[in-house]
Ligand binder design. Structure first.
Ligand SMILES: [Zn+2]
Ligand SMILES: [Zn+2]
Length: 343
């Protein structure tokens, strides 16, 4: 099968083509797994963290975890009895395993399972014609959502949905979005549906992203360091650096909450944290919360909501062979919506 392979951890600044196109054997499924014939795979910022070593993968590796495909084969009859059928169109999200018996798994929070925390990495394998996945970690895709539309909903969309839930917003509360890429542009569409009376404020260093945000119905869009007349009830940060966290804390209302939707942060500007000003940035019961991963319930709920509310991502397609180009554009901040590989 054709696949894009990462052989070593590199900085994209030094090597702009970290993945190589290759022909490799199809994955062999084990008990409880299904084989998917992949049609689309979304490109996620977490892939940059893997390529550049912030969440080091086991090498060599085929990256990719926002996968849409059809079920090609199943390993056991037990699965055939379940809801998953051969030929069915399903999606894969970032979460792909959990121990099933720890305190978190038993309370429906498998996203916090220690099995996942140990590495900070989860499923890979979507930048290829076939991938294997545990049968209990795939999700039927609603008919009204196309393959390309579904791919970005599975991580950028679903993790964004979890971040939005963690904001504890009520309709009418104000929401800030720091960064406006694959995830936050779907969050904006979701928030407008769930909280029609809330105003959404988008902070981005990129003028095109700000324009894009306004075209999708943001009440305001400006640079990261621009000051608003009023504080915000909640802010979701999806940027890879620290400056926006400092900026976000200044913009929260008393009791407001910052949700960091990032798996890793880069080290570049970490020293801004040393300059945090307690009275203006943390005092008054301000809260900071991070997103770990999604739960399966989040993914199911969000796909349902996306179908019901007609929430569709804006996306740009790249052929599998051009995955490096998609990744480089993401690294350079050339983002308008999501990026999807066609396979
Ligand atoms: Zn992802
Ligand atoms: Zn567990």
């Amino acid at each position: 099968m054709k696949a894009m392979l990462l052989r070593e951890v590199v900085s994209l600044k030094q090597n702009e083509i970290p993945l190589s196109f290759t022909n490799t054997s199809e994955p062999q499924t084990s008990e409880g797994e299904v084989l998917l014939h992949v049609t689309r795979c979304g490109v996620c910022h977490t892939e940059l963290d893997e390529i550049e070593g912030r969440t080091p993968p086991q090498l060599p590796v085929i990256l990719g975890h926002q996968v849409v495909g059809t079920v090609e084969g199943v390993q056991s009859l037990e699965i055939l009895d379940s809801a998953i059928k051969i030929g069915q169109r399903v999606g894969v999200a970032w979460i792909a395993s959990a121990c099933g018996h720890c305190e978190y798994c038993l309370s429906g929070q498998e996203n916090l399972c220690p099995e996942f925390k140990a590495t900070g990495r989860d499923i890979n394998g979507g930048y290829a014609e076939y991938m294997k996945i545990r049968a209990d970690f795939v999700y039927p895709i609603p008919d009204s959502i196309s393959d390309s539309e579904a791919a970005p909903l599975l991580c950028a969309g679903a993790v964004g949905y979890r971040a939005l839930k963690l904001c504890n917003l009520k309709d009418g509360h104000s929401l800030g979005l720091m960064g406006f890429g694959g995830s936050n542009h779907i969050v904006l569409k979701t928030a407008k549906y769930k909280y029609p009376d809330s105003e959404i404020f988008v902070f981005s260093r990129n003028p095109q992203e700000r324009e894009f945000a306004l075209s999708l119905g943001a009440a305001w869009a400006g640079a990261i360091d621009e000051v608003l007349p009023e504080g915000l009830d909640a802010i979701i940060d999806t940027t890879p650096v620290w400056g926006p966290i400092s900026a976000a804390l200044k913009r929260l209302k008393p009791g407001g909450r910052l949700v960091i939707n990032a798996i890793r942060k880069e080290e570049v500007d970490k020293d801004v944290l040393l300059k945090l000003d307690y009275p203006s940035q943390l005092w008054m019961e301000k809260e900071i919360k991070s997103v770990a991963n999604v739960t399966r319930a989040d993914v199911r709920e969000f796909l349902q909501l996306a179908a019901e509310a007609n929430i569709k991502p804006d996306y740009q397609e790249f052929e599998l062979e051009n995955a490096n180009k998609a990744l480089l554009e993401m690294k350079q901040g050339k983002i308008r919506g999501a990026k999807v590989l066609t396979i």
